[in-house]
Design a protein around this ligand. Sequence first.
Ligand code: HSE
Length: 408
Amino acid sequence: MVSIAIMGHGVVGSGVAKQKLFSAVGEELRIKYILDLREFPDSPLSDRFTKSFDDILGDIEVRIVVETMGGIHPAYEYVKACLSAGKSVVTSNKELVAAHGAELLSIAKETNANFLFEASVGGGIPILRPINQCLVANDVSEIAGILNGTTNFILTKMIKENMQLEDALKLAQELGYAERNPAADIEGHDACRKICILASLTYGKHIYPDAVYTEGITGITLSDVEYASIWGGVIKLIGSVKKVSKDKIDIIVAPMFIPNESQLSSIDDVFNGIMVRGDSVGDVVFYGRGAGKLPTASAVVADVIDCVKHLKARKYLSWADSDNSSVIPHEDSVAAMYVRVKANDKDEAYHKAEEVFGEIHLLKKPDAPSWELAFVTEPMTVREFDEKLRAFSSGDIEVCSRIRIGDL
Ligand code: HSE
């Protein structure tokens, strides 16, 4: 019999407690403790609840601890204490892994424990294990994905139902997809944490979220959604990491125009999709439910079972700490850009756009207001684009939107 404890009885934790726990290695699994400060008198597991972390830490029978509390504190202190005591930890907490993954993995290595976090990226989609095991023979040149279910749900509602962003967010919150503080979703921080975890695992060095240029979806309007469609695509919030040289990566989270031909363009609602580009395998795309109680819980439980299978032999999962020096400055990143402006004289603005940006692709929307001009530039560095945009937007030209074109 292997005893486990679950810290946190929120959306994911209560989903884990409800899962049929089984083990492929013939060991019986038992939930001995559930840590939560709230009372759950009606739960069938009401006798397992505790408010004291010390009950879990001090109990040598507890070999595996599930952390589904979310946030950094006290999750970080609790997870660190469990790993230091030689208990294996499974977490769905992407904020924790993105902030402290290297340190926690190193403690797990020292105490011969496992620290697994499959559910932290892509909810129920297997992605970390495939990268760490099945695709490990590949030199991965790029990973790009729709990594946040809430924003994908919101953008889908805007694209398909013409719904305003605020209304779609309310709906996502009701469905339990959004973070406690939904700003983490709509401002791109959640997707940033996830692409950092993917990059750290793939390239072997911890990438911290503050090194990553991150832009959310709050500035996206229904008008931009329409222009994306006229261009031949859709707007998606993309987390992307590209290997640009032997030891440098270009990593970004931003809304992007994605062409309809891209495999990521048809990934809608709360679904996530992650494309991994390997030198031997080519493109592999992982698709599934990226948020929600049971999909995420299923990934947590699979990690618990993997821990049971590896109680004596540590699984190889590790990356080194780093100072983020492998990340190229955002200004050196290259992309074509969509620009929408307000101009008193549209013809004059068009000529000025050609003069400043060189070749541009004009986007014509039949019902566009007389003052609106929208176009797509050729690819250039962010530095070059910013300089050109400054030169272009002088006088009576006001920039309303600028969105990256994703070459996916
Ligand atoms: N808020 C997150 C999302 C939950 O919407 O993707 C899953 O990590």
